[in-house]
Design a protein around this ligand. Structure first.
Ligand SMILES: CC(C)(COP(=O)(O)OP(=O)(O)OC[C@H]1O[C@@H](n2cnc3c(N)ncnc32)[C@H](O)[C@@H]1OP(=O)(O)O)[C@@H](O)C(=O)NCCC(=O)NCCS
Length: 156
């Protein structure tokens, strides 16, 4: 790939900037899982942003990495350190037309470097939606292994 790729990072102040990409991520997730599609489409960015921000004690426990190609935001990773110090990669996304060029890999490495090397988290976990098999393979190739299947009451 010859695209000049930059990765920038910051804390919660970068969240609003990734809103358009987050909406593409939400729609992608809704498209791969019919069971939860309606629930997911009903989530708005402001609601999700508030959930994310309230999951940490302070902005120091929150990291957003944004990938830029030719100065345009094309992907992001959100990493958090909750009070139990177990690192979580909350979200990872690359614009559909730019996938397969290792942008996701760069973002994942940046997220892991922050959680493991900088914040010394006790472990790193992430969730993959049932039906998102491409992401499952992507994470397995990068050293993750599925451990549990989380279930949620449909009308709860
Ligand atoms: C998962 C995701 C972040 C990976 O980003 P990416 O920039 O495509 O990742 P990479 O280029 O580093 O490598 C990903 C793999 O993509 C695959 N790939 C190649 N072209 C692709 C394309 N056009 N679309 C999707 N995947 C492609 C390749 O199999 C590659 O695997 P390899 O390592 O065997 O070559 C991205 O596909 C994405 O945003 N998916 C939708 C959202 C999502 O599932 N997020 C993760 C769950 S929260």
């Amino acid at each position: 790939m010859n695209d000049p790729l930059d990765i920038i990072s910051g804390s919660t102040e970068l969240l609003d900037r990734i809103a358009p990409l987050w909406e593409q991520q939400r729609d992608y997730h809704a498209s791969v899982n019919a069971t939860w599609a309606r629930t997911m489409r009903a989530i708005t960015f402001p609601k999700r942003r508030d959930e994310l921000v309230s999951s940490v004690r302070s902005p120091a426990d929150f990291r957003v990495h944004i990938a830029l190609v030719d100065g345009v935001d094309v992907g992001y990773a959100i990493s958090i350190v909750p009070p139990n110090n177990a690192g979580v990669i909350e979200s990872l996304f690359v614009r559909e037309d730019l996938r397969g060029r290792r942008i996701g890999e760069r973002l994942l490495h940046a997220a892991i470097a922050w959680l493991r090397d900088e914040r010394k988290t006790s472990k790193i976990t992430l969730s993959v939606l049932i039906g998102n098999d491409a992401a499952l393979r992507f994470y397995e190739r990068h050293g993750f292994a599925a451990r549990t299947t989380q279930m949620q009451l449909l009308d709860g």
